[in-house]
Design a binder for this molecule. Sequence first.
Ligand SMILES: [Zn+2]
Ligand SMILES: [Zn+2]
Length: 148
Amino acid sequence: MALTCPRDGAQLQAGEDHAVPYQRCPTCKGGWFDLHEFEELEATAASGDALAGTIEYAERESTLKCPSCGKPMAAFDFRGENLELDACDDEHGFWIDDGGAERVRALMRDRMAGMKRAARAEHSWNAERERGFQRTLIERLRNIISGK
Ligand SMILES: [Zn+2]
Ligand SMILES: [Zn+2]
């Protein structure tokens, strides 16, 4: 059974976004990604820890119905960012409006870069702390040697 677009009822067609298969609406250019396809979409722009964590923030009622089961979906802020997507509570998939997939990728790239920056900052802080520790150790040894 072919799925229909939750926005305009057009029949969804097989599409591809950066080699990720999904169901595309020929009219509004929105897309339906099942759970696995959505994971793949995120993975086209990020990896590792950047893929962990909550995806659906600030869930609220959506006017769109799930193309798969027909139940009203939940709208949410993608990873707490200013990008509204819709998802079926029964985990049938995610609806992404035209241009949304590109924004998902951009936000995932930012998230990845932010994590790398944080990791670098932590690394240099640890190195700093180790140097500090070595200094106090050397000072203590000096004090012992000089009899203080
Ligand atoms: Zn449509
Ligand atoms: Zn559903």
